[in-house]
Design a protein around this ligand. Structure first.
Ligand code: GDP
Ligand code: IMO
Ligand code: MG
Length: 423
């Protein structure tokens, strides 16, 4: 059985958590393939919102196995906090939540290095979530990292001390004014590792290969978004992992020819949190309204998200890089009430008008070119079928489908599981 992928096509926070939760009824295994606690995936049902950072978004379903793949980086402290929050939900984690032995660990000193690096960058800072993501992936590719499987080894403490001491030297080089109590941080870290150890720590690629042979249905859950990809994103204002479809292959051990559907999620507008270029960003009351109505505040950091119109240049690029087979459009309800909806269809550059994403999308290099569509006034949040949608909203969907040359299979009109319309 092939493996389906679900990933964000913009700068993250597209609504991946919600849709994975909705789709989990059709899958046996939900597997996160990259990122770490920089992610904040929100699910809502029975009137309660849940934010997951490391745990895959299929965890609330009774039978699905949730797997944290080798491509993920885990902070045991945040992870334990997530598990503790779910304590009242009667979830048997030892039976339902598996962790790859090859996933890398975020150490307390990785977080300190992230903070020191950002402080040293000053105005040029990435706007990282300060969860230690960059330094942990740097140690992974630098071949210094510590993996989940290492905590089971006899010499594990020696390995830990060696890496910690290296980090402390690096921190000293930053000359930063960062204040911390390492003993305190380490005490919590080591206590939290015991929780991690209580879960099945497995050879996850083997588990998935066996599951594929047994025709189990697998959904790979991405974190962040395509424009934050280390290669294809707006570098250097990106995260440190492969957020695009290829990341599911390296982050889970899935062969490219085993990939089935690729579900690409996008918002009906665009948001970005942290630094970096954003051509269609709005600095007026329209952007302010999107942020207020859409409750655009980071699920992990609480920071206000920057808002702007939808960008088809960037979306087409993300669809191609990922090989998206089906689209899912989120948060159309937030646009209710605007008399016109703008859509960016091209960028004006020094070389003329282009329709592909160029090397740099900094404001001095590109000016977005818009077309205008008629808006809709109706509240979409209580609608349960396409036939109830206002004609101008259906026109918006039809226009996007034509331009993006990919079917929009799900339209989401609110944060709740129930506010999901299949087309
Ligand atoms: P993720 O990181 O991709 O899982 O997305 P986040 O959870 O960070 O951000 C998406 C936010 O939008 C969350 O607060 C969701 O509850 C909310 N949301 C998801 N879909 C919809 C929708 O269709 N309409 C509205 N109004 N909110 C939505
Ligand atoms: P989900 O999975 C939105 C952004 C940060 C920063 C940049 C680098 O919820 O969609 P990092 O901590 O990874 O080094 O930060 O990436 N970022 C996200 N933005 N959603 C996310 O995850 C993000 N994870 C990281 O704001 O600009
Ligand atoms: Mg998020």
């Amino acid at each position: 059985m092939s493996v389906d992928l679900l990933l964000g096509l913009q700068w993250g926070d597209e609504g991946k958590g919600k849709i994975v939760d909705v789709l989990t009824t059709d899958y046996d295994i939900i597997a996160r393939f990259q990122g770490g606690p920089n992610a904040g995936h929100t699910l809502k049902f029975d009137g309660i919102s849940h934010v997951l950072h490391t745990i895959p978004s299929g965890i609330f379903h009774p039978s699905a196995i949730n797997l944290i793949g080798n491509g993920v980086v885990i902070d045991p402290v945040i992870f334990k906090g997530e598990l503790d929050k779910l304590a009242g939900f009667n979830i048997d984690f030892a039976k339902k939540l598996y962790v790859s032995k090859k996933a890398h660990l975020i150490l307390p000193t990785h977080r300190l290095l992230d903070a020191a690096s950002e402080a040293a960058k000053g105005k040029a800072k990435i706007g990282s979530t300060l969860k230690g993501i960059g330094p942990t992936y740097m140690d992974k590719t630098g071949r210094n990292g510590i993996r989940v499987g290492d905590i089971l080894l006899e010499d594990w403490k020696t390995r830990y001390n060696t890496l910690r001491d290296k980090h402390l030297k690096m921190l000293a080089n930053y000359n930063s004014s960062l204040e911390y109590d390492l003993t305190d941080l380490e005490t919590t870290f080591f206590q939290s590792l015991e929780t991690l150890k209580s879960l099945p720590l497995i050879d996850s690629e083997n588990f998935l290969h066996t599951a594929q042979k047994e025709n189990k249905k697998i959904l790979a859950e991405g974190a962040q978004g395509s424009l934050l990809d280390i290669d294809f994103g707006t570098y250097p204002f990106v995260t440190s992992s492969t957020t695009t479809a290829a990341g599911a292959c390296t982050g889970l051990g899935i062969a490219p020819n085993a990939v089935g559907d690729v579900f690409g999620i996008f918002k009906a507008y665009t948001t970005r949190v942290g630094s970096g270029p954003f051509p269609t960003e709005l600095f007026d009351e329209v952007g302010e309204t999107m942020g207020r109505v859409g409750k655009e505040f980071g699920a992990t950091t609480g920071r206000a998200r920057r808002c702007g119109w939808i960008d088809l240049v960037a979306l087409k690029y993300a669809i191609r890089v990922n090989g998206v087979t089906q689209l899912m459009m989120m948060k159309g309800d937030v646009l209710s009430g605007f008399s016109t909806i703008k859509v960016c269809t091209a960028y004006k550059t020094k070389e003329g008008v282009i329709e592909h994403l160029p090397f740099s999308i900094e404001p001095e290099n590109v000016t977005p070119q818009y077309i205008e569509l008629q808006g809709w006034k109706e509240d979409l949040t209580q609608m349960s079928s396409e036939s109830e949608f206002p004609a101008t909203f259906n026109d918006y969907i039809a226009y996007l489908e034509k331009e993006l040359e990919t079917p929009i299979k799900i339209v989401s009109v609110g944060p709740d599981r129930k506010q999901t319309i299949f087309r």
